[in-house]
Design a protein around this ligand. Structure first.
Ligand code: CDP
Length: 236
């Protein structure tokens, strides 16, 4: 299907399958996929390696200056690099997950990431996933999706993902981490996680990828007048 160069924002809680969904749309419609969460994870890894975040999550203010030297970028579309180093694996550990939300709540960290995201997205035709893409980063995105799923389904998905990578996850810890991040992400002062008023909501607790693709295709076709937009789940 030929659709114009637009921006698609996919937001939602942790482990709702945002990146799977966004990648799938990107592949289907030949868009660039950008994972904003990876950027926050990259900054967290950087702060940890530089010793700028304490075990109690206190962030050393010198991080702001240090960010001026931080080169985070994607290679081959989606593989996050810090300078020359491929950090894709390192940013997905529980160690990074446990400190990413406090780091992402810091206003200058958000400014750093937003600046990078806008530069990466300059060419248009982008699908980006995160927490505040439809509300803050691209408030004018032509299509906004807000994904949600039941907490136990999300925790199981993340548990399976970590186990498949050879980590030894403990279900209760994974669940606790998701709940803590949901809380911090939704309650921070700068760009909290919330659904944009014009976002389409999808609860994918009981959905497989084929159904999700069909839903997304219906939504996008609807947007361009190729058929009626799905009524169910419309939050506008
Ligand atoms: O993979 P998961 O859905 O659990 O999280 P992620 O998308 O990798 O994002 C990791 C963390 O980065 C989130 O818990 C947020 O604290 C932060 N984040 C954010 O604040 N704003 C975004 N646009 C994306 C992520």
């Amino acid at each position: 299907m030929l659709i114009p160069d637009i921006t698609i924002a996919v937001d939602g809680f942790s482990s709702t399958g945002k990146s799977t969904f966004a990648r799938l749309i990107a592949k289907h419609f030949d868009f660039l996929y950008l994972d904003s969460g990876a950027m926050y994870r990259g900054v967290t890894l950087f702060a940890q390696e530089q010793g700028l975040i304490a075990p109690d999550n206190t962030v050393d203010p010198s991080l702001e200056k240090a960010l001026e030297t931080l080169d985070l970028h994607f290679e081959a579309g989606t593989v996050l690099h810090m300078g020359e180093r491929n950090i894709e694996k390192l940013i997905r550990t529980m160690e990074v997950s446990s400190q990413v939300s406090p780091i992402a709540a810091v206003p200058y960290v958000r400014r750093y990431v937003d600046g990078r995201l806008h530069a990466f997205a300059a060419s248009g035709r982008v699908v980006m996933d995160g927490r505040d893409i439809g509300t803050t980063v691209f408030p004018n995105a032509e299509i906004k999706v807000f994904l949600t799923a039941r907490p136990e389904v999300r925790a199981q998905r993340r548990f399976d993902e970590l186990a498949a990578k050879g980590e030894n996850p403990v279900f209760e810890e994974v669940m606790k981490n998701l709940q803590e991040r949901d809380y911090i992400d939704s309650h921070r002062e700068t760009s909290p996680l919330r659904r944009a008023e014009d976002a389409f909501v999808l609860d994918n607790s009981e959905m497989g990828l084929t159904e999700e693709t069909a839903w997304a295709e219906g939504l996008i076709r609807g947007k361009f007048g190729l058929l009626d937009a799905p009524e169910e789940g419309y939050a506008g």
